[in-house]
Design a protein around this ligand. Sequence first.
Ligand SMILES: Cc1cc2nc3c(=O)[nH]c(=O)nc-3n(C[C@H](O)[C@H](O)[C@H](O)COP(=O)(O)OP(=O)(O)OC[C@H]3O[C@@H](n4cnc5c(N)ncnc54)[C@H](O)[C@@H]3O)c2cc1C
Length: 600
Amino acid sequence: MARLGPQIIASLRSTARFSHPQAAFRLPRARAARSKGTAPATVASSTKSIHADRVFSTSTPSVSKSTVTPRSRLALQTAICTIFLVGLTEYLLSSRAAGNISTTYASPAQLKIAIDELRATFPDPKAVVTNQDELQTYGSSEHSYHPASPHAIIVRPKNTEDVVHIVNIARKYRIPLIPYSGATSLEGHFSGYPSGSVCIDMSGMDKILAINGDDSDLICQAGARWEDINQTLKDNGIPLFFPLDPGPGATIGGMVGTGCSGTNAVRYGTARAEWFLNLTVVLPNGKVIKTRRRARKSAAGFDTTKLFIGAEGTLGIVTEATLRLTPLLPTKVAMAQFPDIQQAVSAVQAILNSPQGPHIQCIELLDDHSKSSRLFLKTTKLFSNMDVTVMAAINNAGLVDKAYPVEDTLFFKIQGDAVAIENTAKVIKQIVKKHGSMQFKFASTDQEADELWQNRKYALMSSLASHPGMRCWTTDVCVPVSRLPELVYETKKDLQRSNLASTIVGHVGDGNFHALILFDRDRELEAVRGAVHRLVHRAIALDGTCTGEHGVGLGKKEYLQEELGVNTIELMKNIKKAVDPLNIMNPGKLYPDEDSIREH
Ligand SMILES: Cc1cc2nc3c(=O)[nH]c(=O)nc-3n(C[C@H](O)[C@H](O)[C@H](O)COP(=O)(O)OP(=O)(O)OC[C@H]3O[C@@H](n4cnc5c(N)ncnc54)[C@H](O)[C@@H]3O)c2cc1C
């Protein structure tokens, strides 16, 4: 089929009011319904009514015969003709977008009209923000050094229906829409789009809607934080919890977005296990879907829930989720220290493969940053007045009463009844001793266990707190557990050669490795970037992945093709194009840029 050139499309558009086709025909009905309070109560019915707005109105104004003059007939014919041409343009534009991910976005004038329309749709001043400082803050992250732009507007929905309105306006004017929630992601996931983006701040949608204790599930809005969910269960005396534990402050929507996990993944797996039973999602076309029902298992078709896990807000906006919960078991913490990582990892493999393996909830590695590294830093007088190991960082940050020896350290969480915990602790002690551990500590009280564990969970904060004024680039990769020592040794050598101070922590039970690279001057940033780049290639070469849990965002998209292959990337892009042909949902993230895709 012949394609229309951009000039023809532009001139067709200019025949429609506001130089944008849908503006003339779609806006009033949505707003009228809202202002009259006729917006439907349920999501399903609201979808129907809101979606009806999105398509062109087929009912032309009713004109009584007696009032039809040749002039008004001509006007009517012109209007119908315009509607037809505009519809054709839309169709051609979207078929063009299906061949290539579209990047045609609103002009500054259209952006301004959209902002006005968002303001009119959400008259509560707290729901819409255009303050420059906030736009800047929401468009970037203190944890990321990837390119960022301020958003054009921040909108704060209260429910699914609000999200539908925001999506419809963003689509109508073709404005990038960036979901934002706990803002703890680390790879530039929610940074603003340069031509102007709508930031949809989901953090206010944080209600727990239902707790079905007997069925071990919970329904909540997407802005609910995992820590608040677990605290609420505890406060209500419900002995269940949600086991995914990413960064402090992360929310369900963001956790779906990044496909997160955390320290508990050894026993409970990641977001890709079935912890999200059902998601309510607003698609880029404004339709609302539920991916499943509340039943614990379902074989009804392929798993559309998974489509959104790790999609980083590029396929739709999650507004509600049904979470699977699991029994809260008695837990104790143990710690063992080793002369080197190889021995620590061998111990981990032996423990996980023992009959007591299923009682292990987490195994975390905190590095000693190797003795040679510290010697190197001292002799080169670089950072000579500071110890850069995580264990030292924890000691220095003043978060613990008693300093720990600075060695490669494993932290274990053991779960079960008293007998199971005792037996497992005994087996761990025997195995770590066999693998050269000089020190084993078992927290005998809950308080001691909590304190010991907090040290691990707040490793990033400890690293920063013990190095005032320094900044930190956090990155993660994951390899088969047996390849972890090689990865750690090579990476430490590389970081030393690059004169970079770093600490290393890992969810070692899963082969997941985090480097926290510290720096204080901008000119060191390039060296950090280079070290991260080499780390990622090293991990992929070891049959690993560029990210075990933090996700892709802007920072890792250039590695996806090397990791997954060109055909897998093509499949991902085809799904994106089918779901979001105008590419309005979080553009620029996750999918490798066209020019970086090459056949191997
Ligand atoms: C100190 C620290 C420790 C961390 N430890 C871990 C860890 O152990 N394991 C781990 O996995 N991660 C960890 N992280 C990273 C981070 O916590 C996770 O990536 C988390 O899942 C992000 O959730 P969030 O609510 O902050 O999402 P955000 O940062 O707000 O958003 C993340 C992505 O999801 C999208 N998104 C947000 N809300 C929605 C929605 N409602 N619908 C669709 N898309 C949406 C965003 O557009 C973005 O692409 C850590 C971070 C920090 C700062």
